[in-house]
Design a protein around this ligand. Sequence first.
Ligand code: CP
Ligand code: NVA
Length: 308
Amino acid sequence: MLKPNKLANKNFLSSLDMSTEEVLHVLELARSFKNKDLNLKLDSKVLGLIFDKSSTRTRVSFQVAMSKLGGTTIDLNPTTSQIGRGEPIKDTARVLSRYCDVIAIRTFDHSDLEEYAKWSTKPVINALTDLEHPCQALADFLTIHEEFLDFKDVILTFIGDGNNVANSLILCGALLGVNVTIACPKGYEPNSLVIKKAYEIYKNKALLKITNDPISAVQGANVLYTDVWSSMGEENQKEEKDKDFLGFTIDNDLVRNAAKDAIILHCLPAYRAKEITDEVFESNRSRIFEQAENRMHAQQALLSCLLS
Ligand code: CP
Ligand code: NVA
C-alpha cells in the first residue's frame, strides 16, 4: 500500500518547496485518498489555522482533510487572538509551535509567512499570500491529471491577472514540465522572479510563455484557467482593473479558439461577467467544482507527508 513519504523541506511556503518527485508523490497520494484506497490515521495531530484574509475552500478543506486523518484543527481568528493586536510573529510562532503540530497561514506579505516559518519549529503551510497559492496549484494539477491522465501533451492557458494563483501555477507547472501560457494585460505580468525561477527549471524553455494576447494564448489549449481580476487586498483598484482587463473574459468566443477537449478551471470565488461568463462557468466543459473538491484530497496528501 502507498505510504506518505516525508518531504525534504519542513515547510510548504512555495510550490518550489517540493521537488518534481515530491509533487508527483503528493498527487498520487491525493488520488488514493480520493479513491478511498488509502485510509491513514495520524495520531491526534493538531493543525492551527491563521487566516488574515477570508476563505471558504482553503479553510474548510483543511479542516475536513485534518479530521479525515484523525486529527483536529484550531481556527485562530486573528481578530480575537493577540495576533490582531500586533503580537510579534516570532512570539506567536514560537508559542503555537508548542501547541500545534502544523500551522497553515493565509496572509498578505509573503515575508510574514517566511517569518512564521523561521520561528516555528513545526511545519508551516502557505494557505495563500499575495505572492503564491501553492496548495491551490496542487489541486489544479490533480484535476488536470484526472482529466488527461498525464501532463505530457497538456497545454494550460491562464487568462487574467499575473497574481498569486498564476505564480504558483507557473512554478508547479515548471516542476511537472507542463506547457503553460499566461495571458494578461500589459503591466499585470506574473512576478518576475517567479518567471526567472521557472525558466531555470524548465528543460524546454519554450514551454512557458507570457503574452498580452488572450486569443493567440488559447489556440490549442486543453485547459483554460482564470481567477478574479482584483485579489483580496486590491479592493481599491477594482474600478481601474475592471477597465484594464477588458477583453480578458473567458467567454464562448475565447473557448471556441481552444482545443476541442478543453476544460475550464477557476480557483473560486468567481465574479461572473468579469473574468468568466456564466455560460462558460456553468458549461459541461467546466471542472470547477471537481477542482474545488480536489483541494481537500490534495491537502490531505500534503498533511500526511508533512506529519509523517
Ligand atoms: N480558492 C481558494 O483559495 O478559495 P478560498 O479563498 O475560499 O479559500
Ligand atoms: N487571487 C485571489 C485568489 C483567491 C483564492 C486572491 O488572492 O484573492
